[in-house]
Design a protein around this ligand. Structure first.
Ligand SMILES: Nc1ncnc2c1ncn2[C@@H]1O[C@H](COP(=O)(O)OP(=O)(O)OP(=O)(O)O)[C@@H](O)[C@H]1O
Length: 282
């Protein structure tokens, strides 16, 4: 495995506000990595440090094995794409002309514009002026811009926070497809379902440091309550301990054809976050 992002004991202090205390994690090439935390936990700060928009106070942050302070050349910067809140779009230009400007900047062929517009489902709105777009549409233009030059790593800060479920789903499918093609995705979110659906591994950020890091599957296994839920045909729900002693009961219910569904009780990533940090993810 090759780490394309390496962060070690990262600290960021704004004037006298400590945003990051001691953040350590690695992201492997080709994975979708979720950086999860409540509002104010330091997600945006981390993305901005990794993409050279902000300098850190101490610790190490490397992208492609290079300390972020040295990621200055256009050739290095072309290896990643970023979507954060500071849009940098030209409000008076249309969506298409915005993307054309960036395509020229990145030395990308113009026919790529239609490909990325299709990915974010804006091909029919290409002639609209950016100033008149909704927040969700602007978010999709930003994603299209970040994809123009086929980056090796895509940094996304809350990529679907302003989108309705239909467009979120479309973006999720697009991100999964990109990841299949080899793009590493680093995304921040406080949407636990999104993280569960997209991420190979997630890090829980709380009070400026990583409190837990693993795959959603392992986390759910680790924090699973040892219970079995039986939904009976008469509408009753039974919660039984996951133990050999319940085998006879279950066999009886099955032989009497009384079971509607049977499943283990699995926590969501949100449940686990609350259990580990004592905080809701808002
Ligand atoms: N420019 C700044 N000056 C001072 N403090 C800042 C600045 N930017 C962020 N902070 C503070 O640093 C902490 C981390 O902020 P950050 O924006 O990284 O959190 P976040 O997890 O991205 O939050 P959200 O989910 O609300 O976007 C917060 O307490 C925030 O108020």
């Amino acid at each position: 495995m090759t780490s394309v992002i390496e962060v070690s004991h990262l600290e960021k202090v704004y004037q006298n506000k400590q945003a990051l205390n001691d953040v350590t994690f690695q992201v492997e090439k080709g994975e979708t990595f979720g950086f999860l935390g409540p509002s104010g936990s330091g997600k945006t700060t981390t993305i901005k440090i990794l993409t050279g928009q902000l300098t850190h106070t101490s610790g190490i942050a490397k992208v492609f094995g290079v300390p972020v302070q040295q990621l200055k050349s256009p050739a290095q910067r072309k290896r990643f794409g970023v979507v954060t809140d500071n849009s940098g779009l030209y409000n008076r230009l249309t969506i298409y002309d915005n993307l054309k400007t960036y395509a020229q900047l990145y030395d990308v062929q113009e026919n790529r514009i239609n490909e990325v517009l299709e990915m974010v489902r804006l091909q029919n709105e290409a002639k609209q002026q950016v100033a008149k777009l909704s927040k969700g549409m602007t978010q999709r233009v930003l994603l299209a811009r970040a994809l123009l030059h086929n980056p090796e790593i895509l940094f996304l800060d809350e990529p679907t926070s302003a989108l309705d479920p239909v467009n979120s789903k479309h973006i999720h499918e697009g991100l999964k497809e990109l990841n299949k093609q080899g793009t590493t995705v680093f995304l921040t979110t406080h949407d636990m379902e999104e993280a569960d659906h997209l991420c190979h591994r997630v890090a829980f950020l709380n009070k400026g440091s990583v409190q837990l890091l693993d795959s959603p599957k392992n986390l759910k296994k680790q924090y699973r309550e040892e219970k079995v839920l039986l939904e009976l045909r008469d509408g009753r729900e039974l919660e039984l301990p996951l133990a050999p002693s319940i085998a006879n009961d279950i066999q009886r219910y099955i032989s009497e054809d009384r079971i509607e569904t049977i499943r283990t009780k699995e926590p969501t990533l949100g449940d686990i976050f609350v259990e580990v940090t004592g905080r809701e993810l808002v």
